[in-house]
Design a protein around this ligand. Sequence first.
Ligand code: C5P
Length: 283
Amino acid sequence: MPTDDLLQATGKALPVTQAAPAKINLTLHVTGRRDDGYHLLDSLVVFADVGDVVHLSEGPLSLSISGPFAAGLAADADNLCLRAARLAGVEVAIALEKNLPVASGIGGGSADAAAVLRALGANPARPESLGADVPVCLAGRPVRMRGLGEILDPVPTLPPLALVLVNPGKGLSTPAVFRAMTRRDNPAMPDLPEFRDTAALVDFLQTCRNDLEAPAISLLPEIATCLDALRDSGALLARMSGSGATCFGIFADPAAARAAAQALARPQWWVVASGLAPARPLG
Ligand code: C5P
């Protein structure tokens, strides 16, 4: 569809800028595997107030990448931003500001693809065909994610969270992490209660897991170093997100998170203090 037609149909105008916030799996239970090799997940997902940014302007279809992590990513036809625009059927020039480490368990390509779809006002039938995390990134609000990533259910209101994200500066292959699992029929996440405050959320999270953490550590032991460092700097809870290698710590308040982020700075590590992104409205 010509850009003008779609944009007129959706009420969007170019140029447009859209945030692609980092996705964080506060829990990630792997509850089974289907015959086609894909895994059944049960995950509490939230979004941080740090992320990539996509800028869309008049076509033809193209992609340029800037930002601190631009070097880790090719602007080729397989790039999820271009695949998202092709799925939407729109010719558009995309400029991606890559602020998040690549292949790091916090949404990356899926977050960028979802941002392109959102910026275009496009609503394709099967966004998950771009990647298992695209539906949750399109939702852009705290949800319980199940199935392969396409079943999304609302969750009780979460308290504000003071987070520190730490990445050891090395990427991990998601399929390799899934392959390294020794057990795939793990229990589902317990039902979510109402959360009075951060302590109540942390108490609940302590009863949950990321089942990909141990296999990821077996491939990249530095993840355990990141988790230990987060705990040593005062995190109430430290866990890996997604298939890694990015880890998050939950701190008592933003000042504690900022102090920890300063203390955690190391050469090669990406460390950032963050809150939660404002929830996108339902619908
Ligand atoms: O869908 P996406 O390309 O993000 O998935 C990357 C890889 O992660 C898949 O090829 C698959 O090996 C693994 N995966 C899985 N089960 C899921 C999601 C992803 O096994 N629910």
